[in-house]
Design a protein around this ligand. Structure first.
Ligand code: ASP
Ligand code: MG
Length: 436
């Protein structure tokens, strides 16, 4: 059995839903994971925000707009009156439940509850559509098996056990449909796996059922060797190692959510990135096989802030870095990139929520300078240190671009450069020209 995940755009209109339905119905008895239709999660978050601000009138009017939108979708999606009535009844019921949450005295966790309806609606619409087309499509409620533990991490044991039970209770099916993104917390309350979390759902299910493959279907023919929005002539990368994919997903390749890699990697389940608009294109296969001696791709991560702490106290002393790290730890701010010299350390963060407080404390350690609006450019491939030449090629590509930081040797798969935002496009293009 495989797990096939389709994102919001892939199910973003009646036509796209039909397209996905025809795609999955010819591919066997698999588990289909769906996101909410594109735009819906954002609308639900607006409804939640109005609810939390006690602006019931606004929440009600946003609900009415969204309900109307789904009325049109249902009208266009189904051909029989019976299917329109069944799907319409179900979806109206969901909107009534949203209204209840909005008007309840207890508004705690309103956002978690409300935002879950996007995936509940899309999966129900798809299931009814497949059923109307004559298939035995079974809906597996994610809220019955997807759960996080006390640390907020997926409870893999729970997921494995409960999903297996549900599948055992529903052995006869042409295919299974389930919700991405949504889950329950350890207390059984409705929760989610964070924005973009449907990829994570697919990978967790793949691990739980020991799937043959997890397929992430999007709008592009796999992971490209550079960002097609900035560089012309990029090409899909057909094979990636999990570690390479993890670096790329984290450093800006929008196509795959970074959290998706780990469950698949740990359980050795191949992940394939495929294109709904071109289902026969090869896409990108991610697994534990490393193709040696190749640079695979370049990616960029925006909105980076670089902080330099220069201090003579660092010279010939120990414990300085610990003091620096403790400050970032205190403000729960992750450090992305770091380089040190004997008298200073430079590091980058992308979450600037506590920047002022962090700088305030760093000032006690030395002279602090900050550069904002920076970009990390990350070159990914077989960059094991014994290999020769790739570092030189990457550096040479950036010969005319001011480079603020360089990081190499942190993993066997990456070399990163920190540059100014305005140099991003040129840097990406020059790297493509030199490396591919
Ligand atoms: N619907 C959720 C979101 O928009 C989850 C997902 O699409 O993966 O973030
Ligand atoms: Mg996504």
């Amino acid at each position: 059995m495989k797990v096939l995940k389709f994102g919001g755009t892939s199910v973003g209109s009646p036509e796209r839903i039909r397209n996905v339905a025809s795609l999955v119905s010819s591919r066997g008895k698999n588990i289909i994971v769906l996101s909410a239709m594109s735009g819906t999660t954002n609308s639900l978050l607006q409804i939640s925000a109005a609810t939390e601000a006690a602006d019931t009138a606004k929440a009600e009017s946003l609900i009415a707009d969204l309900e109307k939108k789904y009325g049109l979708i249902i009208d266009q999606l189904y051909s029989t009156d019976a299917a329109k009535a069944t799907a319409g009844g179900k979806v109206n019921g969901f909107f009534d439940e949203i209204r209840e949450i909005v008007n309840a005295d207890d508004k705690s966790r309103a956002e978690k509850k409300i935002v879950a309806y996007g995936e509940l609606i899309s999966t129900n619409l798809m299931t009814y559509y497949l059923q109307e087309s004559g298939l035995n499509a079974i809906l597996l409620p994610a809220l019955d098996y997807m759960r996080t533990d006390a640390n907020g991490e997926p409870d893999q044991e729970y997921i494995r056990k409960h999903l297996a039970e549900i599948l055992k209770d529903n052995p006869v099916a042409d295919l299974y449909i389930t919700q991405g993104f949504i889950c329950r917390d350890p207390e059984g309350r409705i929760d989610n796996l964070q924005r973009g979390g449907s990829d994570y759902t697919a990978s967790l299910i793949g691990a739980a059922i020991n799937a043959d493959e997890v397929q992430i279907w999007t709008d592009i023919d796999g992971m490209h060797n550079n960002d097609p929005r900035f560089v012309e002539g990029t090409t899909p990368v057909h094979n990636l190692h999990f570690e390479e994919a993890a670096e790329l997903a984290y450093f800006g390749a929008k196509i795959l959510h970074p959290t998706c890699i780990l469950p698949a990697k740990e359980n050795n389940i191949p992940v394939r990135l495929l294109n709904t608009m071109q289902p026969d294109a090869e896409g990108t296969l991610i697994n534990n096989v490393l193709r040696h001696g190749l640079i695979k791709a370049v990616a960029a991560k925006d909105d980076i802030t670089a902080i330099k702490i220069k201090s003579d106290r660092m010279l010939l002393a120990y414990g300085f870095l610990k003091k620096v790290f403790d400050i970032f730890d205190k403000y729960a701010t992750a450090i992305d990139m770091i380089v040190t010299s004997e008298v200073g350390v430079s590091l980058t963060i992308d979450n600037t929520r506590h920047l002022d407080a962090i700088l305030g404390e760093l000032n006690a350690l030395g002279t602090v300078t900050v550069d904002s609006d920076m970009v990390i450019i990350c070159v990914v491939g077989d960059l094991e240190w014994q290999n020769r030449g790739f570092e030189a090629k990457a550096l040479d590509a950036l010969r005319d671009i001011p480079v603020r930081m360089i990081s190499y040797g942190g993993s066997n798969f990456n070399i990163s450069f920190l540059i100014k935002k305005e140099d991003k496009k040129a840097a990406l293009a020059k790297l493509s020209a030199n490396l591919f």
